[in-house]
Write a protein that binds this ligand. Structure first.
Ligand code: S3P
Length: 173
């Protein structure tokens, strides 16, 4: 039987939103994106929240939105790239669903999101160095998910198929 909640984690630009949407369609689940839920609730984009209120406030809102999302059933939840760094968030995500990391090479990440101004944490002169630094800091968290998929060379469809196979395979799958 399929899991009640599928939760996607992973660095910015690894495809959580695109994959999550498509996966939800395939499973006939609802798709929730914690960043979008947060933006809706606060009435402003994530970048503005960082700018006006700072990262600690954003993390507090993020945690509350995640906790609420995890009370829903039959959902695919795409989380923000830094959500998993909070130990309580990590624990809860693992308890409440199948937690899957989407990974990608730094070069691919840079290519996918390097030009976007939507990611406050990547507004650095040397974006590649920033990506590598953050990836290094977060590696240990992403590794704690139940499953991981390298998305670097895969299409959204291929990733969705891979996840669907995982979901057929056991208590955390
Ligand atoms: C963040 C990732 C973003 C968003 C915020 C912080 C992070 O989400 O939550 O900018 O800390 O990695 P995406 O991973 O969807 O870009």
């Amino acid at each position: 039987m399929a899991a009640t909640r599928v939760i996607l984690t992973g660095f910015m630009g690894t495809g959580k939103t695109a994959v999550g949407k498509k996966l939800a369609g395939k499973l006939h689940y609802r798709f929730l994106d914690t960043d979008l839920l947060l933006e809706k609730e606060k009435g402003k984009p994530v970048s503005k929240i960082f700018e006006e209120e700072g990262e600690p406030a954003f993390r507090k809102y993020e945690k509350a939105v995640l906790q609420k999302a995890l009370t829903e059933e039959k959902v695919v939840i795409a989380t923000g790239g830094g959500t998993i760094v909070d130990p309580e968030n990590l624990k809860l995500m693992k308890e409440k669903g199948v937690l899957i990391t989407l990974a990608a090479d730094p070069e691919v990440i840079l290519q996918r999101i390097g030009h976007s101004s939507k990611r406050p944490l990547l507004q650095a002169d040397d974006k590649m160095a920033r990506i590598q630094e953050l990836l290094e800091q977060r590696q240990g968290f992403y590794q704690q998910a139940h499953h991981a998929i390298d998305t670097s060379q895969k299409s959204v469809e291929e990733i969705v198929e891979e996840i669907a196979k995982i979901l057929k395979g056991g208590p955390h799958g």
